[in-house]
Design a protein around this ligand. Sequence first.
Ligand code: NDP
Ligand code: 8X3
Length: 255
Amino acid sequence: MRKIVLITGATSGFGKACAYLFAQHGYDLIINGRRTERLQELADEVEKKYNVAVLQCPFDVRNEKEVFDAIDAIPEKWKAIDVLINNAGLAAGRDYFDEGNLDDWNAMIDTNVKGFMYVAKAVSQLMAKRKQGHIINLGSVAGKQVYEKGNVYCASKFAVDALSQGMRIDLLRHHIKVTAINPGAAETEFSLVRFKGDEATAKSIYNGLQALSADDVAAVIYYCTTLPAHVCINDLTLSCTQQADAIYFNRQPSA
Ligand code: NDP
Ligand code: 8X3
């Protein structure tokens, strides 16, 4: 029996890089995202390249009914999910709190907190029945430390941090591992989404940095799944070498 990983937000960035890496290591994939054409492309490519099975599971994590219906409708043999990569998320805007946009706030809380919880609950119920499983939650350095104009995005990732701790405690009785992965700046579509398609501003975030790539983060996530059954990385923060925490960067090139 091949192992099964369910990845939310597999149409871009970390999720997509995880899809390739887990497929390369022989996992069958359940892939989620809203952009169905990207899911189809990814499924075609991964099936051909790695000879694994791929189940497309498009839904919007913000929609409670869609999430629970879609996970309930997964064919029985696919419900033996070994790993959940609870990754779908976004930042929307970067504004002073008093100037914040309410639509942006709602998008972040609905996706990063409520959507994140819906997916984790639906999948943890499946794992609980089998008394095994590994949930990997995408937090952030922004969930450890608040930076200027980070306010609501940081709050959503602090919530992920708290929920990872809570899930780890409550799922202990089912032998489910819970790992929180907290990356620093990584060059994906994240900033393009945050700055609403403004490519110049999005690019400027990474000025002078060799930022993390999606592949760097996927490699660390995959590593966490390779440890023996009795070993769990609970909480892991990673950044590029030029970043110390959520605030301090060295944008000078090294000698
Ligand atoms: P990307 O923008 O490249 O990817 C985000 C993914 O999330 C896409 O596949 C998108 O798919 C999916 N997504 C967003 N909203 C929804 C939704 N409502 N329903 C389903 N899927 C959704 O960003 P990253 O890969 O960088 O980010 C992944 C996670 O990592 C996020 O939680 C982010 O907060 C976190 N993170 C990112 C960092 C970075 O610097 N890049 C650093 C630390 C954490 P689609 O649009 O097709 O639905
Ligand atoms: C993404 C990293 O520093 O842009 O979570 O908030 S940061």
